[in-house]
Ligand binder design. Structure first.
Ligand code: NAD
Ligand code: LMR
Length: 329
């Protein structure tokens, strides 16, 4: 393992998601089993002791991939030289809350973190925001990092993508590995549009395999879009391991490439594709390679799909206006 370690910053290092994510990273699920990592963990001051406990457990895994662990309550330190920043640390919602209820509480975290990334991260930095509301937090962080290309900031929609595949597999009995080219458009919220128009299930068009518009509109889409809330109701806490799994998969595929013959959903800065207003962080199907993504172009929308797209655009525009009011963008 002669390669220089990749510096991976993780915020909220003592939180629930990080407690799954960090152990996936040191097992090679982020960058492969040959790439050593330096972990740079950020927490708020009162959680530093708990963070030390997490670092002790990382030590006790004796993973050959871990070259060093840096812990700090200062984003300027945690992001110093970071090649990859996984912005997980933020308050989760509780029962009965919408993710957008977190905008004021969590939005304020992402302005100083964006600035610290701008000022201290490596020139090749890639940033993924998991902390909710993830799309608009990404917009905030990006706005405060004017020297970093906007395309380097992405938000987590992979959990929604995975939920889409899982529900289709349950409905059809086809294994998840044979379900390709699903997409989840828009916001990581109840307005998202899980879209199977271009998907295949066991090699057949998904629209033939699931020829049931009533189920798609009234069961499938709400189940996927409201899955986070259903988990909070059932578990009493928001999803953690599935979120960590998706966070690792998103960055893994961005750096090492999306699967051949398939695509992945990522929240990316809109360039105006599909009429999505420029600058919104929007879930889109993408192909990825070597840290770069391309939005899949040329996809068609039904009238129903156009209405779903418009609704999630409207919500993200409202979130952008709300954080503008708060002085965050
Ligand atoms: P958690 O409360 O268990 O952990 C969050 C951690 O972040 C805490 O340890 C806290 O001290 C830390 N933190 C708070 N402010 C910080 C700051 N300014 N800098 C660094 N660390 C800070 O929460 P969790 O279950 O790990 O969830 C984290 C976030 O991820 C929540 O906002 C949750 O809603 C979100 N989430 C997103 C998705 C997604 O698909 N995008 C999925 C699940 C959860
Ligand atoms: C999820 O989708 O599971 C997370 O965003 C947590 C939440 O608040 O729903």
């Amino acid at each position: 393992m002669s390669q220089a370690p990749v510096k991976v910053a993780v915020t909220g290092g003592a939180g629930h998601i990080a407690y799954s994510l960090l152990f996936r990273i040191i097992a090679g699920q982020l960058l492969g089993k040959e790439t050593p990592v330096e972990l740079r963990l950020l927490e708020i001051t009162p959680a530093m002791k708990a963070l030390e406990g997490v670092a002790m457990e990382i030590d006790d895994c004796a993973s050959p991939l871990v070259s060093n662990i840096v812990m700090s309550d200062d984003p300027n330190v945690a992001f110093d030289g970071a090649n990859i920043c996984l912005l997980v640390g933020a308050r989760p919602r509780g029962k009965g809350m919408n993710r957008s209820d977190l905008l004021a509480a969590n939005g304020a975290i992402f302005a100083p973190q964006g600035k610290a990334i701008n000022d201290h991260a490596a020139d090749d930095v890639r940033v993924l925001v998991t902390g909710n509301p993830a799309n608009t937090n990404t917009l905030i962080a990006r706005t405060h990092a004017p020297d970093v290309p906007g395309s380097r900031f992405t938000s987590l929609m992979r959990l929604d993508h995975n939920r889409t595949i899982a529900q289709l597999s349950k409905k059809t009995g086809v294994p998840v590995g044979e379900i390709k080219k699903v997409a989840v458009w828009g916001n990581h919220s109840d307005t998202q549009y899980p879209d199977i128009t271009n998907a295949t299930i066991g090699g057949k068009p998904a629209t033939e395999a699931v020829n049931d518009a009533e189920w798609l509109e009234n069961t499938f889409i709400p189940t996927v879009a409201k899955r986070g809330g259903a988990i909070i109701e059932a578990r009493g806490a928001s999803s953690a391991t599935s979120a960590a799994n998706a966070t690792a998969q998103h960055m893994h595929d961005l750096m090492l490439g999306s699967p051949e013959g398939d695509w992945v959903t990522m929240g990316v800065t809109s360039d105006g594709s599909y009429g999505v207003p420029e600058g919104l962080t929007f879930g889109m199907p993408c192909t990825t390679k070597n840290g770069e993504f391309e939005i899949v172009q040329g996809l068609e929308f039904s009238d129903y799909g156009k209405a779903k797209l418009a609704a999630t655009i409207e919500e993200l525009e409202a979130e952008r206006a709300a954080v503008h009011e708060l002085g965050l963008v």
